[in-house]
Design a protein around this ligand. Structure first.
Ligand SMILES: Nc1ncnc2c1ncn2[C@@H]1O[C@H](COP(=O)(O)OP(=O)(O)O)[C@@H](O)[C@H]1O
Ligand SMILES: [Mg+2]
Length: 315
């Protein structure tokens, strides 16, 4: 298990990571989702022990990263944001170099290099110069180096960035294969990425953790508090009786100008049908032009956007 508590990182005045707390269970694939600058890389670098926190504690499978950095580091394989590969080295040579740094020698070293090349399916490129490989292959070499030493935890920072769709599919498949044997933390600024491979999602924005749950629960949670968005071709004052329409528990004015208004309506029950019918009936009675009436159980995409937009508008 990985436990992160009150984690904060300040760069001068700037708070890159702000009081973040979460736990990740053994064998889980956890996705850090957030726009650029959210604090994903900073958080990951602190977990790996390469960057020390301003405040807070990190425990990796029973080892405090600050108190027992070597024990913690030994349990972590890390693929940084821009993979530092040596173009003029051959794949096998490079992985042996990484293995020696991690304390492997002789026959054990050779066996470990073979194992990680098998796991990432790059054994056929063992003798290729890294610089001659495609980006997709290079990323697999990056993952292979993170696998050396068979760490409990794999931390992959934007593992599919810059890859073409087929390569993305390959890398995602590889990540899924590695799950179970390893606890995986990956980051992405693209929602479908985490939705496709992760068991849990931590949404970060501006250094803060703003949601943590399974992709399905996140979508459901936001859908239950969900609204029907109604756009009318009448100003807010004229449209005010919308608050008393059948099926409406609560009405929130989202925006308006002198000719139109947009409302967020919460239904009285779980069912949105009475509300939709109530709105259509009221609009007909009052001769309001109904421009839009939308709702769906929110997709994670909508959740992500709404959370991020709300955070931005409130700060
Ligand atoms: N070495 C640094 N010095 C100063 N500010 C930094 C440094 N590294 C990151 N930051 C800032 O911290 C914030 C979070 O960055 P980062 O963790 O890289 O976000 P993400 O990986 O989610 O894109 C950003 O505002 C970034 O500019
Ligand atoms: Mg980053």
């Amino acid at each position: 298990m990985i436990t992160v508590s009150g984690l904060t990182k300040r760069y001068g005045q700037r708070v890159a990571v702000d009081d973040v707390t979460f736990t990740i269970g053994k064998g889980e694939i956890c996705g850090f989702l957030g726009p650029n600058g959210a604090g994903k890389t900073t958080t990951m670098r602190m977990i790996t022990g390469y960057l020390s926190p301003s405040e807070g504690t990190i425990n990796v499978f029973g080892h405090d990263v600050a108190e027992e950095p070597l024990e913690a580091k030994r349990r972590i394989g890390y693929l940084p944001e821009s993979t530092p590969l040596y173009g003029d080295m051959r794949v096998g040579e490079y992985l042996a170099f990484v293995g020696r740094i991690k304390g492997y020698k002789g026959a054990r070293l050779a066996a470990e290099v073979d194992r990680v090349m098998e796991a990432t399916r790059i054994a056929d490129r063992s003798r290729s110069l890294i610089k001659t490989l495609s980006k997709g292959y290079r990323q697999r070499v990056g993952i292979a180096q993170a696998l050396v030493g068979d760490p409990d935890v794999l931390i992959l920072d934007e593992p599919t960035i810059g890859l073409d769709p087929r390569q993305i599919g390959d890398v995602r498949g590889l990540i899924r294969e590695l799950a179970g044997r390893h606890t995986i933390i990956l980051s992405s600024h693209i929602l479908p990425e985490v939705q496709a491979v992760c068991d849990t999602v931590l949404i970060m924005n501006r250094g803060k953790l703003i949601a943590a749950d399974t992709p399905a629960n996140l979508a459901r949670r936001f859908a239950e508090g969900g609204e029907v968005t109604v756009t009318l071709a009448v100003d807010a004052e004229t449209a005010a009786p919308i608050r008393t329409a059948d099926g409406v528990a609560d009405a929130r004015l989202i925006g308006a100008d002198d000719r139109s208004s947009v409302w967020g309506l919460t239904p009285t029950g779980d069912d949105f049908t009475p509300l939709r019918k109530g709105i259509v009936r009221l609009a007909a009675q009052r001769d309001w032009e109904l421009i839009g009436l939308t709702h769906g159980s929110a997709s994670l995409e909508e959740v992500y956007l709404s959370v991020i937009t709300r955070e931005e508008s409130s700060s």
